[in-house]
Design a protein. Sequence first.
Length: 133
Amino acid sequence: MRDDGRSNQQSYDEGMGVRREVLGATHVDRATASIDETTADYQDLITRYAWGEIWTRPGLDRRLRSVATITALIAHGHYDELAMHLRAAQRNGLSRAEISEVLLQSAIYCGVPAANSAFKVAQAVFAEAPPTD
């Protein structure tokens, strides 16, 4: 039980709801369909903590959480995750122009090579149809 009285199951359920809203049902369904004994605990962890504890906090809206997430992913070179979160950022209301500004800002604070890679990922994501679910 958390300090606020929510159970782990409540954190999981809220986290799954936010995860589906932010990443899209198709992505989450694909991720959960591949759960096995190797990944079950990990999927539970990210659903309860990343999505149920962090993304549900009231201190930042989803747009700002997307900006922070994009920047962190660029800084650490996690470009597969970046593509997923660029789609999520659009779903969270960031325009392509705003996302490009975040990538440009990252060139200064994360490095030009990192931003170069991030822009390539963004071009590929933007060439896709807009996120629908």
